[in-house]
Design a protein around this ligand. Structure first.
Ligand SMILES: Nc1ncnc2c1ncn2[C@@H]1O[C@H](COP(=O)(O)OP(=O)(O)O)[C@@H](O)[C@H]1O
Ligand SMILES: [Mg+2]
Length: 249
């Protein structure tokens, strides 16, 4: 009976290959996490020095000199946020961190995301309005992960908005779902790209707008952790609406 022997040997070889590949992947992942982690310190130092310059601690500067420093400051903060998002999602995936769900108010998470990105919006003169700011929508949530999810969606809305554009954030709820809608006046997304933009490293019709195509995949991951969904609507050329739905309980 040579056939079973052959088969066994093949299976053993494949298993060995698989184990080797898994180990390699694990090492790559560890290296990647370390690299992302190490990015944080130099970037933070750049932010601190940019702030010293912006606050004129090193001497007076005129607007022409301040403008590029503000850009450095903004972009470094973007990179820090992205590095932290990648690290946070990698840690959950690796089981090193478990999401902590506690009763919370979704409106408050939206507000926190707006607060953290207000500077970015101001720099483009983009106005963000929150419909029904006094309403509360309560459910169990992980504050950190849901804030990261919303900040990515809102960060995109700002990034893709025209100068002086308007972003509207609407919140509503029925017996099944709490829904948050982020509507901007940017270029919108063509229907055939509406699924793929949620995949890693996929960028839609981003044109010259900078980015890495990671934000929405991370947002979707954190929303998945809450049992929720995210999708995009809108008419190409006339803005987009990103809709996040979170089951009530
Ligand atoms: N508000 C938006 N308006 C227009 N296009 C968007 C918007 N948000 C996301 N997109 C599209 O989805 C793509 C993926 O987004 P994301 O994963 O956040 O990556 P990045 O922002 O780095 O490009 C973007 O490159 C862009 O094509
Ligand atoms: Mg993005």
């Amino acid at each position: 009976m040579t056939i079973p022997d052959d088969k066994d040997a093949r299976i053993a070889r494949l298993e060995a290959k698989l184990a080797e590949a898994e180990e390699r992947l694990q090492r790559q992942e560890e290296f990647f996490q370390m690299a992302v982690h190490d990015l944080r310190s130099p970037l933070s130092a750049i932010v601190v020095y940019a702030e010293l310059l912006m606050n004129r601690v090193m001497g007076d500067l005129d607007n022409r000199q301040l403008e590029p420093i503000r850009t450095i400051h903004r972009n470094c903060n973007n990179l820090i946020r992205m590095a932290e998002d990648v690290l946070a999602s990698a840690k959950v995936r690796a089981g090193a961190v478990v999401p902590r769900f506690e009763p919370g108010d979704v409106t408050e998470i939206v507000r926190e995301s707006v607060r953290s990105l207000q500077g970015l919006a101001d720099a483009k003169n983009v106005h963000i309005s929150l419909q029904q700011p006094e309403a509360r929508f309560l459910r169990p949530l992980d504050v950190d992960f849901l804030t990261r999810a919303f900040s990515n969606v809102l960060g995109n809305a700002i990034k893709f908005s025209p100068h002086g554009g308007e972003i509207r954030i609407g919140l509503e709820c029925d017996e099944r779902e709490i829904r948050v809608a982020f509507t901007d006046e940017g270029p919108g997304i063509s229907p055939e790209k509406r699924d793929e933009i949620f995949q890693k490293f996929r960028r839609g019709d981003a044109g010259s707008v900078s980015g890495h195509g990671l934000g929405l995949s991370i947002a979707q991951y954190f929303i998945d952790l809450h049992g929720g969904r995210i999708l995009v609507e809108g008419v190409r050329g006339r803005g987009s609406t990103f809709l996040v739905g979170l089951p009530v309980s």
